[in-house]
Design a protein around this ligand. Structure first.
Ligand code: UD1
Length: 416
């Protein structure tokens, strides 16, 4: 991605459906008894990978990318396996484990392995499924889960893991009897998944709180469901608008989903307008240094840490950014330094001393949100910046350069 920095972003932008909601929601179609229709499915690399994985099991997948609509028919599923070749490219593939063992009594899913931002084990997924009666074995890099029928139980998560909550919730809806899930993750994407499951006929209460109660059903029907807007994409555009000193309105997003980020943007001097389905941001000049600590929802999202840090590199003063969710999520720091940012990492914290100006340079994206932070920094920097390895960006942002161009950015995709 080639950027010529210095333009002030102004205008309106529409966010796509949330990647992190669409992934578990599409997987939940495994549990359905009939075809399901999902709207506002973002056309992203991760979604295409998931469609391949589901089709590989025999699910009939009709993803109309232009219309952002996916029709999934689970009645043709003939295999309960997720091979290494597909799982290794996308961790979210492990979501299929719970639904497969709940519906078919068997699942064989490759272990995802490590990823750039940390070790990311799946032990909470596995102990949760064991609590519902699944027998779990690890063989040659695969998790094999067996059960005659899952049985409802109390599952207390050691940590409010997003993925584990989703996996175990999907399993519980077809278990026999009641399940009480405690210390659940409360992210808006979990609420969206529960809504989709309920539309299929699942009986769920308490999503979005610490405790989710599920009355298991023998089978589910079909559903029609529209995915929520992507709060991380919205937050990325807000940070870009703010850091360039502009005025941006982000449409298609519920402001409450992003409240932990909005509060921090206000603290750093932005003027925020919260409306029905939109958020506006206006900058009053250079950002003020503001400290943030990432935490599970409703804390500051780890998926916004890199983008917020990009805004802080040009802030007035020094900010401390602390990452508590993932152990290795500062890989954007040395790349931001190439643009002139002054950042020192000490353990879980990064001290960012704001500079008046950044200067363009060639940089390399290391993961999805890191690539977004480099683009924001490039938009603020003087002169040209080239961000390479942009495939990370395509995993999670739909037509990002087009949306930024419409806001006045000088950015284009060029062959590497
Ligand atoms: C999801 C999001 C990701 C986001 C993250 C935290 C999706 C597809 N991805 O990832 O974008 O950054 O939530 O908001 O929705 N952990 C364990 N054992 C487990 C599970 C997790 O130790 O079994 C640890 C992880 O290594 C990590 C922390 O718990 O340090 C949080 O992970 P989790 O909430 O599970 O994140 P994901 O579901 O992987």
């Amino acid at each position: 991605m080639k950027i010529h920095g210095g333009n002030v972003l102004r205008g309106e932008v529409e966010v796509s459906g949330a990647k992190n909601a669409a992934l578990p929601v599409l997987v939940s179609a495994i549990l359905a008894g009939k075809p399901c229709t999902f709207e506002r499915v973002p056309d992203l690399m991760d979604i295409r990978t998931l469609c391949k994985l589901l089709a590989n099991m025999g699910m009939t997948v009709d993803f109309n990318r232009k219309a952002n609509r996916a029709v999934l028919d689970p009645t043709s599923i003939h295999s309960q396996e997720a091979p290494y070749e597909l799982v290794k490219t996308m961790r979210a593939s492990v979501f299929v484990l719970g639904p497969l063992v709940a519906k078919y009594g068997y699942a064989k899913v490759s272990l995802p392995g490590g990823c750039a931002i940390g070790a990311r084990p799946i032990n909470y997924h596995l102990t949760g499924l064991e609590k519902l009666g699944a027998r779990i074995q690890l063989e040659e890099g695969y998790v094999i889960a067996n059960a005659k029928r899952l049985v409802g139980n109390r599952v207390a998560f050691e940590y409010p893991s997003v993925g584990a909550t989703e996996n175990v919730l999907m399993a519980a809806v077809l278990a026999q009897g009641e399940s009480v899930l405690e210390n659940c993750a409360k992210e808006p994407e979990i609420v969206d998944l529960a809504r989709a499951l309920r539309a299929m006929g699942a009986q769920i209460e308490g999503e979005g709180t610490e405790t989710i109660r599920v009355q298991g059903k023998d089978s589910l029907g079909s559903c029609q469901h529209s995915i929520i807007g992507d709060r991380i994409e919205a937050g990325t555009f807000l940070c870009a608008g703010f850091a360039t000193g502009g005025e941006v309105r982000v449409n298609g997003i519920t402001p409450e989903f992003l409240e932990p980020v909005l509060v921090k943007l206000e603290e750093s001097g932005a003027i925020i307008d919260r409306g029905a389905g939109f958020i506006g941001i206006r900058s009053k000049g250079r950002p003020k240094a503001t400290d943030v600590t990432t935490l599970p929802h409703p804390g500051f999202p780890t998926d916004m840490q890199a983008q917020f840090m990009a805004a802080m590199t040009i802030a007035d003063g020094a900010s401390v950014i602390t990452e508590t969710v993932f152990e290795n999520r500062f890989m954007h720091v040395p790349e931001l330094a190439r643009l002139g940012a002054d950042i020192t990492v000490r353990g879980k914290s990064a001290v960012v001393k704001g500079r008046e100006k950044l200067k363009g340079a060639p940089v390399m994206a290391t993961d999805l949100r890191a690539s977004a932070s480099l683009i924001i920094a490039g938009l603020c920097a003087e002169g040209p910046t080239t961000v390479s390895r942009i495939y990370h960006l395509d995993r999670g942002y739909e037509r990002m350069e087009g949306k930024l161009r419409a806001l006045g950015a000088e950015i284009e995709r060029v062959p590497e």
